[in-house]
Design a protein around this ligand. Sequence first.
Ligand SMILES: Cc1ncc(COP(=O)(O)O)c(C=O)c1O
Length: 420
Amino acid sequence: MEKRTFLQTLLTMGLSTAFWQELSALDVSSEYKILSDIQDDEKFWKHIRSLYMLKEEYINLENGWYNFLPKPILKAYFEQVEKLNREATYYMRTRLFDDNIEIRKQLAQVVGCRYEELVITRNTTESIDTIIIGTDWKPGDEVIFNAQEYPAMIDMFKIQARRYGIVNKIISIPNNPKSDEEIVEIYRKAITPKTKMILISHMINITGQILPVKKICDMAREKGIFTIVDGAHAIAHIDFKISDLNCDVYASSLHKWLSVPLGAGLLYVRKDKIKDIWCLFGETGYPDDDIRKLNHTGTHPAHTVLTIPASIEFYQNIGAKRKENRLRYIQEYWTQKVRNLPNVILNTPEQSERACGIANVGIKHIKPADLAKILLEKYKIWTVAIEHPEVQGVRITPNVFTTTQELDRLVQAVIELSKT
Ligand SMILES: Cc1ncc(COP(=O)(O)O)c(C=O)c1O
């Protein structure tokens, strides 16, 4: 869209501020050109930071719920909102279907699977609960998952237990494992001839621990057990291919690390398993083995989906490996400084391959909710408290705009509070 038209549209919407002027003046392709020309790593990340509209009141270390949008994606999003409002149902009836296929293809390339095995949903919860509720359960079927899985999935299994008499085996995994085998063994020991399904997070949301999902999926496949990987935090955070994991289902929220506007997720189902899943919303227009039967979500904010290519472009201009390395670097930057202090509990593994950007820290004598409150009120650091039987602390989730100076403030706070 022409710059003038874009600004005029926003002005007629009554949104006349410096914010909109800044956004409309942004030349996205020249920003990306600058990025590709920068050699120095710190300068590169400084430029990335300049693409975000950050609040000065606090340091934002809570980017785990969702990643708010950098300016290029925000601009693309507003353009899509404007387009859908202008072209209205004409666009929906003549173009959306084809555009959706094209976007699925782009996304499939980023996440490493065939586009025929992937649909765009609204979030991880919808993706995984669709599979759980669409499974043909028999009384006595057993499911294995660990106690740190996301509550919406645990609850959905509990509902199936009430409805169909399935048995949920909830296992416990260590926050600081010594090896992959230690984890795999915990899952292996819980398997019986009745085990039908294993749910496992790729990256645990409350601690950031990365689990050896491929090894667990390999073991499960040998025994004919169906696997669901909850990858809410892994897509566009760590660099991998879904097809390498050997899972039956992979689910993620694209509004997290891919920085898609709120309300976008993905669901991957291995081709030969699609036919076994019942759909959640009525849809008989596709063959049983076509994944689109699981994607009849009704009318939804299509402009969110249409912004996915802009989010992919932003991600690719950073580079998948470069982003993963940066996020791990900044996590280790602060955790290494506090891990061995008296009264400090690091709920995130130390070995580099077992975590990336997210980590969780607790202080023995301070409740998580109090710790989060003190961090905000005294140190101006925004985090989230985690109160879980296995994890007590605050979750620290930096993002690509986070600086080491900001993390120095966190380190100083943890050191001071650990001595109180
Ligand atoms: C591991 C995990 N699974 C699922 C979800 C749910 O994501 P959404 O609310 O986008 O469905 C989250 C959200 O933080 C999560 O961390």
